[in-house]
Design a protein around this ligand. Sequence first.
Ligand SMILES: Nc1ncnc2c1ncn2[C@@H]1O[C@H](COP(=O)(O)OP(=O)(O)OP(=O)(O)O)[C@@H](O)[C@H]1O
Length: 498
Amino acid sequence: MIIGYVIGSATTQEALMLAEKPVRLGNYVILEYDNIKALGLITNVTRGSSMLDDDMNDIEIVQRLKKFNNSIPFFIKAKIKLLCNFNNNCLMPDLPPAAGTPVREATEDELKSVYSNGNIRIGTLVGTKVEVKLNINALARHLAILAATGSGKSNTVAVLSQRISELGGSTVIFDYHGEYYDSDIRNLNNIEPKLNPLHLTPREFATLLEIRENASIQFRILRRAFVKFKENITKKIQEGQISLSKLNDDFSKIIEDYIKEEGKGERRENPTEEVLNKLEEFIDRYSSVIDLTAPDVIERIRRGKVNVVNLSHLDEDSMDAVVAHYLRRILDSRKEYFRKKNNGLRFPLICIIEEAHVFLSKNENTLTKYWASRIAREGRKFGVGLTIVSQRPKGLDENILSQMTNKIILKIVEPTDKKYVLESSDNLSEDLAEQLSSLDVGEAIIIGKIVKLPAIVKIDKFEGKLLGSDPDMLSEWRKAEEEESTAMEFLNFGSGEM
Ligand SMILES: Nc1ncnc2c1ncn2[C@@H]1O[C@H](COP(=O)(O)OP(=O)(O)OP(=O)(O)O)[C@@H](O)[C@H]1O
C-alpha cells in the first residue's frame, strides 16, 4: 500500500517523501525504481501546513479556519535513509530514486529476509513483530553496549549472555555491581575473584597493592621481592617441602620478609616502608582475594556458561588487577591452545566488562586497559571477543571504542556522549545518531557485522531478577512496615503487654 511519494532531489543515501498519512519514525519502507528495490528507514518526520506556516501571526484566522475543520491543508514529510537494494544482494542502491517514486511500507517477510537470519534473537524491530537475530560469530569483532543510566544495558547483557550460553557459547562477565552474580540468568557459573599469586605477574601484584609503575623505586623493590618469592616458593612446592594452606596463612609475613630483604639494597628506607604499608593495607582489606591454593583462573571458566566474576566487594584498583589478570590469562591461554591443541582454553570466549569507563578510561593507563587493547587488536584471531558496557561513552578510550565494530546503543541524551559515539563509529550515520535521544527504555540502534543492516530494535526484556532492575519501593516499604509491626507484637507478647 502506497504511503507517499519521493519529492525534491534524492541521493543514493537519502530521499524525502511527501506522505499521504502520518508515518512513524523508525518505520521501514520500500522504493521500487529503475530495477532497484530499495529498503529505507524513516529517520525524520515533519508535519506542517502551507496555510498555517511560521509566518502566521493572527490567532483569529486560525480560530475561524478551525471552525471549518477540514479546510486547513497540511503536509507530512519524512526523511528516508536508504539501506540496501534487494535486487543487488542488499548492497547500497547505485542510483537515487526520482521525484514521484512511490513509497510503500515494507512487508514483514521483506524485513525478516534482512533481520531474522542470524542465530541469536535479541528482540524485534521497533513497531513490528519482526524478530531481530544477531550473527553471533561477529561478536569476535567486539561489541560496545552504550546507554544513559537506566536505559537497559544490564538487561541487554543478561539477555545476550544467557542466549549465547543456550547456544553452547561462553561468556565471562566482570560484574562491577554484583548484579549478574545474584541474578536468575540460566547457565550461571559464579566465580569469586580469588587470585593465586603464583599465577600473577609482578605488575598485577603491584596493581593489587596500588603501586603504580611510575612509583619506580617502590615498584622495583616489590618486583624483585615478588619474583624471588615466586621462584623460591615454586621450587619448594615442586620439592614437596611446603603446605599450600599453611603458606596461605603465612603469605603476608613471607612476602614482607622478601620486601625487607630487597629494601636493604636501597639508599633510602621510606620506599620500602611505603611498600610494606601498602601490603599491610591490602592484606587488611582483601586477604580473601589472595589464595595460593586457588586454581588458575582459566580452570574456573566453564564452557556454555555465563561465567560471572563478582567484583562488587573490591575497590577499583583491586578490580583492575583482577580483570587485567583474567584478560591476560584468557588471551595467553587461547594463544596456547592455537599453538598446541592439547593445552590452553579450548573454546572461544566473550569477555564482558561492565562500567567499562572505569577500567578503560581515556585519561588513565590501567592494567585492564592494556590487556583490553591487546584483545581488541588480537582477540578476533584467537576467538576472544570483547564486549564493553558503559553509560559514559565519552569517558572511554577512543582507540578501544573505535575497535568495537559492533554497537548496541540504547537511549543517549547527552550531546557530547552522542558526538563521541558518532565520531568513534564509522558505521553510525548522523541521522541514526539523531534517533538516540528519542529511544525508549529497552530500545536500541544496532549497527555492525552482528546485523545485516542498521536496525532500531526493541530488546527483549530479561525474564528474571537482576539487581539493577528498578526497585519496587512501595512494596519494599510495606514489607518493612509489616516486619516492624510483627517484631513489635513479638516484643509486646514477650513482655506480657498484649
Ligand atoms: N528491553 C527492556 N524491556 C523492558 N524493560 C526494560 C528493558 N531493558 C531494561 N528495562 C527496565 O529498565 C530498568 C533499567 O534497566 P537496566 O538496569 O538494564 O538499565 P541500565 O542501563 O543497566 O541501568 P544502570 O546504568 O543503572 O545499570 C529496569 O527496571 C529494567 O527492567
